[in-house]
Design a binder for this molecule. Sequence first.
Ligand code: HSE
Length: 459
Amino acid sequence: MASAPEWGSGGRWFESSRPDHNIKSSIIMDNKINIGLIGFGTIGSGVAKSLMERRDMLLKRSGIDFNLSLVCDKDLSSKRDVNIPKGMLTKDADRVINDPNIHIIVELIGGIHPAKEIVMKALSKGKHVVTANKLLLAAEGMDIFQKAMDSNREIYFEASVAGGIPIIKAIREGMVGNRFSSVFGILNGTSNYILSSMSTGGASFKAALKEAQLKGFAEKDPSLDIKGLDSSHKLAILSLLAFGKRVDLSDIYVEGIEDISNFDIQYAKELGYVIKLLAIAKRYGNELEVRVHPTFLPSEYLLSSVSGAYNAIFIEADLVGKQLFYGQGAGKLPTSSAVVSDIVDIGYKIACGKNSAESVIPRDTEIKKVRKMDDVVTRYYAHFSAIDKPGVLANIADLLGRHNISIASVVQKERSKSHIVPIVMLTHEAKEKDMQAALSKINKLPAIKKKSVIIRLEK
Ligand code: HSE
């Protein structure tokens, strides 16, 4: 193994800034940082493999020897593509958390419980923590960040949003001097894969989902992904970092992709748009808008060409202007890339005795509230299924007009055998509250034969 360059106090040991935990985890011997991994599933095995196979490379690059010392999982019998010596394996998470030689705990079990208890305990035992757990941070982040701050320990979570794309580092460090006005993008690979298959291959939603499951992009139970919830967890984390605003999950308007039809995708194309599931955070003065829903995007936008299981995040901020980040938002290796990066970052932090956990706690008083969905203003695509007879279009237009909704364009195709015709419209900007009120009246018109569809439009 390559010898470590000198660093820290003479290259021998370093004591972190507040040695009040009185345990070995605040002391690094021989530039070595010990890591305990809790959760040895797909991502966990990728992280273990990367750490073991790249130990030498990481030492050369960072001057720190990252040593995987204990691996914990309930299931130790399933086959993984990495060989961990038996003595390093345990089913007992407490053994990892209580090991005085371990500096960093990596939590990769997912879900809220017992992940929260593990993370909180690890922090109070003086361990630094790396997690990929977006739900945990979106739902319980404040407790955890506060605990990290009180314990003077780090909590890093790059893998929780957009997998391998270093978006958290980019926001927290690369753009730290900016005021953000928009952060939005494709944060769920499963949904993007499904929408792409429906768009390019003409597959139905059901067939596209099945294909995504067969190819390993979608989970057996894909609800969190296709209902937009996974995107909302990630949006809550991005909103906190970019806008300093802690957003409750219940404050985020969420609509999934289950009701998107091939008809609407086809119409989008004809009108020069694509449909993407977007997670959107936008600032208007002291209000923040946070929403997840299928969105019409002009097809010439870079974000519109992001297809398959890829993720992309568009950012607009005052110094840097517009930026787009693109890459693999899920999967064993891209996610491992983010986890390893967090481990190395914490290594540097330990080496220089600096803790930055407090920077996640919201302090930006500029954002006073989350805008109610009713008050959101956007353009709309609307698709009405109506009986083709005189006056129907006029009725619809009249109801829209009475609710302050101005029509930008209308298309009605030829009469079909069933005499039910699609009437498709794009509107100018309108308030969500007005659109919903108009829609509920339009849906009650005797000539309307199916629930009308609206899809919001981003420009
Ligand atoms: N299930 C997520 C997706 C990946 O489909 O993007 C993990 O965040």
